[in-house]
Design a protein around this ligand. Structure first.
Ligand code: G4F
Length: 327
C-alpha cells in the first residue's frame, strides 16, 4: 500500500530534499505551506518547482492549532516530518519571541493534533546540535548534556522535550533527529556556507569585491542535506521510537570553509574576507562535532559526501546560478 507522508517546511532545504527522497521511494507526499507562499509560488516554491505536480500542498499556519488539526484530520498520514521552524540562529537573538512561538508552540500544536486525530502516525522532530551549545563533552552524542546558547537552541530543546514527553506520556511513536549542520546548493543565503559560496561566485564573476563575515574561528560539523534526509526517513522506520545524533564526525572552522571555497575559483580568501562585527553573535557556540556512532550501528547510516565535495558542489552551483543571472 502507498505510504502517505506529511512534511512541514516542505519548501525549505531539508523539506525539498526529503520530498524528493520520499517520492523516489513511492510515497504520496503532502506538505504544509503558508498561505502567503501560494501567492508567490515562483519565489516561495523554487526548491520544489520540479516536483510541484507530484506533491499535495495544504495552506496552514504553525501559529494556528485549528489549521494543523484540519489538515491532519483530512488524510490518514503514516508519517509526519516536522521540519518547519525559524531556523536562523542569529535571527533568534534579534527576535527571540517569534522564534519561541513558532518553534515551541508550532511543535506542540502538531503533536497535540496528532494525538487527537492521528495517534498511529509516526512523528519526526527536527532537533538540532544547537541544543548542545556550550557542550561539556567532545564529540557530542545522544547522552551529552544540553547547554543551549541561543533562543533558537532553547526553543529546539523545548521541542525535543515535548516530543519525548508525548512518547512517554501518551505512547505516540514520536522521536527526534539531533542533526548537526547540513548544507547544500539549496541552503538559504544567510547561512555561512551558502553566504560564502554565493559571494565567491559573485566575486569571481566581477559582481562583488569582498565577503563580510563574523567569527572565522567558529567550528562546525558540516554534512550534506541529501545524506541527512535519508537519515530522517531511516530513523522513522525503526521498530521502537528513539532519538539519534546525525553528524559526519569532522569539524572545520569558518576560516577553512572560506579558504576552500575561494580556492575552488583560484582565489586567496585573505584578499577578500573582511571581518564585520555585525555578524558576531551575542553568545557563540565555538565548536560542534558530532558522534553518530549509534546511527552508524543501529541505522547503518553513513554520510556519503566529504566536506570538500560539499563545498565544491555548492561553489559550482552558485557559479552556474550567478552566470545565468547575468546572461
Ligand atoms: O551557518 P550558520 O548561521 O549556522 P548555525 O548557527 O550553526 O546553525 C545552523 O545549524 C544548526 C545545527 O547545529 C541548525 F539547527 C540551525 O537551524 C542552522 O541550520 O553559522 C555557522 C557558524 C556560526 O558559528 C556563526 O557565528 O558560522 C559563524 N559565522 C561567522 N560569520 C557566520 C558568519 N554565520 C552566518 N550566518 N553569517 C556570517 O557572516
Amino acid at each position: 500500500m502507498t505510504r502517505r507522508a506529511l512534511i512541514t517546511g516542505i519548501t525549505g532545504q531539508d523539506g525539498s530534499y526529503l520530498a524528493d527522497y520520499l517520492l523516489g521511494l513511492g510515497y504520496e507526499v503532502h506538505g504544509l505551506v503558508r498561505r502567503v507562499a501560494l501567492e508567490a509560488p515562483e519565489s516561495r516554491f523554487s526548491r520544489i518547482a520540479h516536483i510541484l505536480d507530484r506533491v499535495t500542498l495544504h495552506p496552514a499556519s504553525l501559529e494556528s492549532y485549528a489549521s494543523i488539526f484540519h489538515v491532519l484530520s483530512k488524510y490518514e498520514f503514516d508519517e509526519c516530518y516536522h521540519l518547519a521552524a525559524q531556523s536562523f540562529v542569529a535571527e533568534s537573538f534579534a527576535d527571540g519571541f517569534s522564534t519561541m512561538n513558532m518553534n515551541i508552540n508550532g511543535t506542540h500544536y502538531v503533536l497535540a493534533a496528532l494525538r487527537e486525530v492521528r495517534p498511529s502516525c509516526r512523528f519526526y522532530f527536527a532537533g538540532s546540535s544547537e541544543m548542545f551549545g556550550n557542550a561539556t563533552e567532545v564529540p557530542q552524542k545522544e547522552t551529552t548534556p544540553f547547554q543551549p546558547r541561543s533562543p533558537y537552541g532553547i526553543s529546539k530543546l523545548a521541542g525535543f522535550h515535548l516530543t519525548r514527553n508525548y512518547r512517554d506520556a501518551y505512547g505516540l511513536y514520536c522521536l527526534s533527529g539531533i542533526l548537526f549542520n547540513h548544507e547544500s546548493p539549496r541552503r538559504g543565503l544567510e547561512f555561512v556556507t551558502r553566504k560564502t559560496t554565493t559571494t565567491v561566485a559573485r566575486i569571481k564573476l566581477g559582481l562583488a569585491s569582498e565577503l563580510r563575515i563574523g567569527n572565522l574561528d567558529a567550528r562546525r560539523d558540516w554534512g550534506h542535506a541529501r545524506d541527512y534526509v535519508r537519515a530522517m526517513h531511516t530513523i522513522l522506520q525503526q521498530r521502537e521510537p528513539d532519538d539519534f545524533v546525525i553528524a559526519t564526525g569532522e569539524t572545520h572552522s569558518v576560516r577553512e570553509l572560506c579558504e576552500l571555497a575561494f580556492a575552488e575559483v583560484d582565489l586567496d580568501y585573505r584578499e577578500f574576507v573582511k571581518i564585520d562585527e555585525r555578524y558576531y553573535r551575542p553568545a557563540e557556540v565555538d565548536q560542534l562535532i558530532g558522534d553518530a556512532s549509534k546511527a552508524r550501528r543501529v541505522l547503518e547510516w553513513e554520510p556519503t559526501y566529504t566536506f570538500s565535495e560539499l563545498i565544491k558542489e555548492m561553489v559550482a552551483s552558485d557559479l552556474a546560478l550567478v552566470r545565468a543571472s547575468i546572461h
